[in-house]
Write a protein that binds this ligand. Structure first.
Ligand SMILES: Cc1ncc(COP(=O)(O)O)c(C=O)c1O
Length: 347
């Protein structure tokens, strides 16, 4: 599971503690997020990506990005509509569409196309019936990254076909070797066609806190807000204060986490390479995507013979077959031990 083993920084935890002591924070929060939280999100987007957002209309709080991923199809789609989902991909893209009674079309992410969807291969009739398209870079599970030029192509495709694009950018901050991931909203015209979802889960080791954001096109944000006001009642204010401390505070905790993951990545990928496995060095995310002949039987063998859990690629969609995913959410020493255990087995 993509759940960091690293701790949330003390300055973030302390912001929660202080805010939790204030009885004013014990009431229902704002549906859309406190103005101060939405301003902190807009400020972070500006500093990090150079993207300007109006905090009043272009930012909404989420209970983790999963909340937004699961609920946005309710705002935009219904029976007869298509949702374009990456395969392999985060499974909630499809289940969210299913709950809204929309159909899904799986866009294969193949090694030959650098794990980017081939937009020209999407059948024209499906593209015309599609209302929503998911993109997710840096990518779970393949750990692939996307250049800004790809986002530009997505904007054109969305314009031509009248499709709303949602970029799930949950892993933008988990990057290595000096790579900086762009935001979809940096592409020209992106704000006309889409939004981006983001999360503090992976960036600040806050998976359990349940806080994220959706930002971008006003109308789409408004639609998501309407659905959410009927489902939840916002994020507990002290969690929002903690998130403000994370977004506005020192960012060295993010750089420290990336250094730790990078060391783990190096240990795992060099170990797997020595063993002759088909693996490439990821530039982002805390996943390693490895080619295998049959994902379920390989994962079963791995568990039985080494006690190591890897996720079979087919669990992320049909096109995930032929791969397994490692999550480097354990210490470098444990990963060394895992490699040693794999060395004992004749693959
Ligand atoms: C691609 C992707 N999107 C969204 C999420 C949801 O994260 P959260 O709800 O904690 O923000 C995850 C979690 O693993 C993920 O991998």
């Amino acid at each position: 599971v993509g759940d960091p083993d690293l701790c949330t920084s003390p300055h973030i935890v302390n912001a929660l503690i202080d805010a939790a002591k204030d009885p004013d924070n014990h009431h229902y929060p704002s549906y859309l997020g406190m103005p101060a939280y939405r301003q902190a999100v807009a400020g972070w987007y500006n500093r990090r990506f150079g993207v300007d957002l109006d905090p009043d209309t272009q930012v909404i709080s989420l209970m983790g990005s999963k909340d937004g991923v699961a609920h946005i199809p309710e705002a935009l789609t219904g029976p007869g509509d298509y949702v374009l989902v990456p395969s392999p991909g985060y499974p909630v893209y499809s289940t969210g569409a299913l709950f809204a009674e929309a159909s899904t079309y799986e866009m294969p992410l193949t090694r030959e196309n650098s794990f980017l969807p081939d937009l020209d291969a999407i059948p024209k009739d499906i593209a015309k019936k599609a209302k929503l398209m998911w993109i997710n870079y840096p990518n779970n599970p393949t750990s692939a990254i996307a250049p800004l030029s790809f986002y530009q192509e997505v904007v054109e495709f969305a314009r031509e076909n009248g499709i709303v694009v949602v970029s799930d950018n949950a892993y933008s901050e988990i990057t290595f070797d000096g790579y900086r991931a762009p935001s979809f909203l940096e592409a020209d015209g992106a704000e006309e066609v889409g939004i981006e979802m983001h999360s503090l889960s992976k960036t600040f080791n806050m998976t359990g806190w349940r806080i994220g954001m959706a930002v971008g096109n006003k109308e789409i944000i408004r639609g998501l807000g309407i659905v959410k006001t009927n489902i939840d009642s916002g994020v507990f204010n002290p969690v929002q204060y903690a998130a403000i401390a994370a977004l506005n505070g020192p960012q060295d905790c993010v750089a420290d986490a990336c250094r730790i993951y990078q060391e783990r990545r190096d240990v795992l990928v060099s170990g797997l390479t020595k063993l002759g496995f088909d693996v490439t060095m990821p530039k982002a995310t805390f996943y390693v995507w490895m080619g295998v002949p049959d994902s379920i039987s390989f994962a079963a063998r791995m568990l039985d013979e080494t006690g190591i859990v890897v996720t079979p690629g087919v669990g992320f969609g049909k096109s995930g077959e032929g791969y397994v995913r490692f999550a480097i959410t354990r210490s470098a020493d444990r990963i060394r031990e895992a490699v040693e255990r794999m060395e004992e087995v004749s693959w």
